[in-house]
Design a protein around this ligand. Sequence first.
Ligand code: FES
Length: 399
Amino acid sequence: MKAETIFSQIRYEESRDDAPPGFPSLPEVPGGRYTDPAFFALEVERVFRPAWHLAGHVADLPEPRSYFIFDKLLGKPILVVRDREGEVRAFYNTCRHRGAPIVKDAAGRCNLLRCQYHSWAYDFDGRLLSVPDAHDFPGLDKADRGLIQLRCETFEGLIFVNEDPKAIPLVEWLGPLAEEWRTADLRALVPDYRWSRVIGCNWKCALDAFQEVYHIKTLHPTTVGAALDHHATAISLLPNGHSRMCVRYAHGDCETRPDGGWSDRSVYEQTSVAHTMWPALNVPWRIGSGKFMMFWPRGVDQCEVQIIGVGMPWGEGPLPAARQAGNDQFDSILMEDVENLEAIQASLESGAFTGMILGYQERRLYWSHEQIDRAIGIDRLEKDLRVEQLLSPLVESPA
Ligand code: FES
């Protein structure tokens, strides 16, 4: 993150009274992208299945032989484990005998991954170790019946999975986000907040609410609308559909620090930073904390919003009161957004809605849509469901 560039963009943004020269008039985003079951099916197969997804935090696997079930990915039952050597791995939680789930508890620790149906037992590296009455399975080669493994990589304490064996490495996929998350001291942070809720709206409808601050004066007038100056916003479109938004705190400034230096960390200190990791992870930051917000599709008109918050370790016992108060305030702001979403989806499906018009301040949404079409394959889409590819020339160049 180039602090000087970001701060100078913020100064430009708060001074302008017209759209920046050369910014294109964005065509209508077809409404069917939020309501059409066939479009949703393409998103599932070509956007979500081959993408990197946050499954949890290494703190969820405190010791070798710990496990948890990750069940947010479109019904796929995934078992995430820490093996005997400490490596984090992911498997389908599907026994190679008759397909039963191997473990049923949401999380735990055990000596062997023993299927709860007929006791086939697997080691934590996925090898099938034992089969009761093995003599009754003539020709069975245990080496051929290990658990099916998924791509699984950790980054600064976060565990990501990907169903695509050919996916590019996670750090390559993250691009500039990797360094920016390191700057936020992600490695030092531990989970201090969990939240999830099923909402009756398309997954993009929910994600959209967190990719712009055009709405904050209206929807959050006494909270973020008062705390942030939405006109003082630097947005960067990043490769792979990712993006960044830095909003200056109201009554703040973006000046050089007394030591005269620009530092990347100063962006986190002086602005509210949020990243989108395409397709469906949004991360608002404060100094010493981040909220990893995931928007899991459950149907064309239903999604689950799941949040894992991380903050500085606080030792034993309950979260300190000031930290808990911060999380409670986040909850109340979140609900202001969430309470709006089901009514928006109903409106989108009313028949009165043809498509949405996005402005310059909402260009992160348009960029996400463009990447969806690139991932699906533009030629696979009906013409009336595509978005025009326009914003690639605006992608931030590498530092
Ligand atoms: Fe797992 Fe039979 S289905 S042991």
